[in-house]
Design a protein around this ligand. Sequence first.
Ligand SMILES: NC(=O)c1ccc[n+]([C@@H]2O[C@H](COP(=O)([O-])OP(=O)(O)OC[C@H]3O[C@@H](n4cnc5c(N)ncnc54)[C@H](O)[C@@H]3O)[C@@H](O)[C@H]2O)c1
Length: 252
Amino acid sequence: MAGRVGGKVLLLTGGAMGLGKAAAKALLAEGATVIITDIDEAAGRATAAELGCSYLPQDVTDWGRWQEVIAEVEATHGRLDVLVNNAAITVFGSIADISPEDFKRCYTVDVDSIFMGCKAAIPLMAKGGGGSIVNFSSAAGNKVSPDLAAYNSAKAAVVTLTKSIALYCAREQNGVRVNSVQPGTILTPNVESVIQGTPDPEATRAAFSVAQPIGRMGEVEDIAHLVVYLASDESKFATGAPFIVDGGLSIA
Ligand SMILES: NC(=O)c1ccc[n+]([C@@H]2O[C@H](COP(=O)([O-])OP(=O)(O)OC[C@H]3O[C@@H](n4cnc5c(N)ncnc54)[C@H](O)[C@@H]3O)[C@@H](O)[C@H]2O)c1
C-alpha cells in the first residue's frame, strides 16, 4: 500500500506514449496497479513491458469495447479506483478548411470517448465506494486559434462535460470525483515531430515556447505529477474542476 496511490487500481487510456505513458510511469512509482489501453497495439504492449504494467487493446470510440474493458478490469482486479481518460487526437483546420467528417472524427475521439469511459466506469467505481476520474482537456480549450476549430471546441466541451458528470456523482453521493486537466504545450515525441515537420523547425520551437508566458514548453512530468495528485486521496475535496497547468498560456 506504500505510495501516494498505493493499493489503487487504475485504468489509463492512450498510455502507449506521450503524456499517458509519463503519467502511467509516475502512478506506478507511487504504488498504483496500472492498466494502460491504446489503439496502437504494438506500442501499447512495448510500453507496458517497459513500465511493468498491464495493457489492453482498446479503441476509445467503441462503446462495446469500453464495456468489455471495464468487465475485464472487474474480473481481474474486482474494482476500479481511478480512470484517466487521456487518449485524444489533434485535428487541425479552420472552419473553412476542415471537413464535416474530420470535425466529427475529432469530437468522436476527444469527447465521445470521455462520455463513454465515464458512463462505463462509474458504476464499478461506485460499487467499490468511489474513486477519481481525470479527463484530459487542454489549455487549447481556453486559448483558441482560427486553425484549431475542432480541437479547441472539443477540449472546451471536455471541461463542461466533466462538470456535469461531477455534479451527477455528487448528487448520487457515490464517492466518485471527476476533474479535467488543461495542459499547455508539452514537449512530447508527437509535438517534437510536429515541430520537425514544419519548414523552419527552430522558428516553430521558439514560437511554441513563447506562447507560454513562462517562456518554454512543459515537460511530461509537469502533467504526470498533476495526474498523481488527482488520482490520490490528496485531492479528495476536488471535483468538477479544470486544473490548468500551462505556463500561463490560458491567461495571456
Ligand atoms: N502534448 C501536448 O502538448 C498536449 C497539450 C494539451 C493537452 N494534451 C492532451 O493530452 C493528452 C495526451 O496527449 P499526447 O500529446 O501525449 O498525445 P499522443 O498523441 O502523444 O498520444 C496519444 C495516445 O492516444 C492513443 N490514441 C489515439 N486515438 C485513440 C483511440 N481512438 N483509442 C485509443 N487510443 C488512442 C495514441 O495511439 C497515443 O498512444 C491528449 O488528450 C491531448 O489532447 C496534450
